[in-house]
Write a protein that binds this ligand. Structure first.
Ligand code: SF4
Ligand code: SF4
Length: 117
């Protein structure tokens, strides 16, 4: 990770086609079973190399719906494993790209302070 879609999602579809890495699925394919869209932490690149900021968040009409999350890497593996917010494959904690300018303090796993500005 990356970013996470919270339960504020209204399933409007605006973000789906904006993702350059096809990391977003709709509620029908959300592996957690939640009635929201879902970001795959194993493939989200935070849009590095494609956009200056997360394109999904730019497209989303719902304030606070898409938030920063911790990097999907070995150091933060414990955050993702065994967490109901994610369904992980064998590629868990694959040292996915993340924006170093976003502090760990700002990546509070989806609390109100991690909203992408
Ligand atoms: S931040 Fe970029 S790569 Fe990640 S889910 Fe959003 S649009 Fe896709
Ligand atoms: S744009 Fe926002 S509200 Fe709409 S589906 Fe995506 S995450 Fe949900």
């Amino acid at each position: 990770m990356a970013v996470r879609i919270t339960d504020l999602c209204i399933s409007c579809d605006a973000c789906l086609d904006e993702c350059p890495t096809a990391s977003i699925v709709n509620e029908d394919d959300n592996p957690t079973g939640e009635d929201t869209y879902y970001v795959n932490p194993a493939t989200c690149t935070e849009c590095i190399g494609d956009h200056d900021s997360p394109a999904c968040q730019a497209a989303c009409p719902t304030d606070g719906c898409i938030v920063w999350d911790l990097p999907y890497d070995e150091e933060h593996k414990a955050h993702f494993e065994g967490n109901d917010l994610y369904v992980l494959g064998e590629d868990a904690a694959n040292n996915q790209e993340f924006r170093p300018e976003v502090s760990m303090e700002d990546r509070k796993a989806g609390d109100v302070d991690s909203v992408i500005e």
